[in-house]
Design a protein around this ligand. Structure first.
Ligand SMILES: Cc1cc2nc3c(=O)[nH]c(=O)nc-3n(C[C@H](O)[C@H](O)[C@H](O)COP(=O)(O)OP(=O)(O)OC[C@H]3O[C@@H](n4cnc5c(N)ncnc54)[C@H](O)[C@@H]3O)c2cc1C
Length: 408
């Protein structure tokens, strides 16, 4: 029997486990090295319908469908008295019209268990500390929780270490993002929302009444709890104070609809903070490695694109690597980076336009033509690799023109 190729994946988040399952199912031998023990907290709970395609490819759809996560069928945007609703079933691109709002501790644990069921080995509580690519095969130095270190050789390394950004740090690939540094404060809470019109199947994105670059997310879970967060420029948070709990509650109180919706909520979990999360790299691949998900690039939380991009990168990389292992000529630039960037660039344009205000004008315009709305809806559903959608191919100029029309 032919010797199996051996892949080491750094990190068992969505990028790591989807890549692991895809490669294991193609007959390769996959080991994930994960620093933490699961379940563990992770932010990023609102999925997009597009990522269901990658979950299905990886053979994990039944497990996810049966896990009792909160269904997600669309998104609602609010700003003062303005209200706009997008239903994924109205989107331009064919494909899934729903997804889930997931507690990431449970979701990531489920994907990791599924990967293990398929034969992937996961080494928990082991941290990749060094990487050496100077020999024929990459060599990793791995630190165990008890302080003991050992070395592990592989045919190929996929770095899916998220904000750990292991290879970008060790190989000097880190590059600043084009986006200004923003900060997010967030928590989970018992929401006790009793408003009959409130739709738990939709994420709410709420713009601050006075500062349009400040926005909140409200992501309901299936167990009566929700994820609540606010995003603002670092300077804005700092001017409001140093106590995250107090700043968070001040910002919630400043938004009357949110404050009313959460009037009976029980805030029982500490407020967490993360800042300066947007990041990029000078190269997404090199001899013996490729970067997946946030280890490569992270844009911004506003359109919940993180997990979808992470899974898309996993799917593309698994395909290229499988063909490379099968002695086919592959080109990581044109077969991995460039296809991935089609969607990343679309999201980048939408994120930029959101903070510049153009996209907010488009989203809140109440006489939008149905066909244009369905194209925007496709982007919000994560179908950003569908080049038949004009808002994928020419997103920048299209959005600019549309915003001008809406403003008139
Ligand atoms: C405020 C905020 C809100 C967000 N909201 C959303 C959202 O609603 N929807 C969405 O899709 N995305 C959201 N995101 C983005 C989302 O969190 C990430 O894009 C997503 O988790 C990336 O997945 P990943 O697999 O690349 O990395 P991760 O999920 O971060 O997994 C990386 C894994 O690598 C492990 N690791 C790290 N270093 C090492 C090491 N040295 N050795 C071994 N293992 C290591 C970590 O323990 C971790 O388990 C949000 C991000 C932020 C900042």
């Amino acid at each position: 029997m032919a010797k199996k190729n051996n892949v080491i994946i750094i990190g068992a988040g969505p990028a790591g486990t989807i890549a692991a399952a895809l490669l294991q199912n193609k007959g390769h031998q996959v080991t994930i090295v994960e620093r933490d023990v699961f379940p563990r907290f992770c932010i990023g709970e609102s999925l997009l319908p597009q990522c269901m395609e990658f979950i299905e490819q990886a053979g994990m759809l039944d497990a996810v469908n049966n896990a009792d996560f909160q269904l997600k069928s669309g998104a609602v945007f609010l700003h003062n008295k303005q209200y706009s609703e997008f239903k994924f079933s109205d989107k331009f691109t064919c494909g899934f019209d729903h997804t889930f709002q997931v507690q990431r501790d449970k979701f990531d644990h489920l994907l990791a268990s599924e990967a293990q069921r398929m034969g992937v080995e996961i080494r928990w509580q082991e941290e990749v500390a060094q990487a050496d690519f100077s020999n024929a095969k990459p060599l990793l130095t791995i630190k165990k929780a008890n302080g003991y270190s050992y070395q592990l050789e592989a045919d190929f390394i996929l770095d899916a270490s998220g904000f750990g950004r292991v290879l970008p740090r060790l190989l000097g690939l880190e590059k600043e993002s084009d986006f200004p540094s923003r900060q997010s404060l967030f928590t989970h809470l018992e929401d006790h929302i009793d408003c009959p019109q409130y739709d738990r199947n939709k994420i709410r994105i709420i713009v601050h009444p006075k500062m349009s670059e400040v926005w909140y997310w409200l992501i309901p879970f299936s167990n009566g709890r929700c994820s609540l967060g606010v995003v603002a420029g670092e300077g804005i948070i700092q001017t409001l104070g140093i106590d995250h709990q107090q700043v968070f509650m001040t910002l919630i109180d400043q938004e009357p609809t949110l404050a009313a919706l959460l009037k009976n909520a029980v805030f029982d979990t500490k407020i967490r903070s993360i800042k300066g999360y947007s990041a990029n790299v000078s190269s997404h691949y090199g001899k013996g490695y490729a970067l997946l998900g946030n280890a490569g690039e992270f844009l911004d939380p506003v359109f919940s694109s993180g997990v979808t991009i992470a899974m898309k990168s996993a799917s593309l990389a698994a395909d290229v690597l499988d063909r490379q292992f099968n002695q086919q000529t592959v080109d990581w630039q044109t077969e991995f980076v460039e296809p991935l960037q089609i969607g990343v660039e679309t999201f980048r344009t939408f994120v930029t336009s959101w903070y510049q205000g153009e996209l907010q004008d488009v989203v809140f315009y109440d006489q939008q033509q149905e066909n244009l709305k369905s194209m925007i809806c496709s982007i919000l559903a994560g179908y950003v690799w569908d080049e038949t959608n004009p808002y994928v191919k020419n997103s920048r100029s299209r959005l600019k023109t549309l915003a001008e029309l809406c403003r008139e």
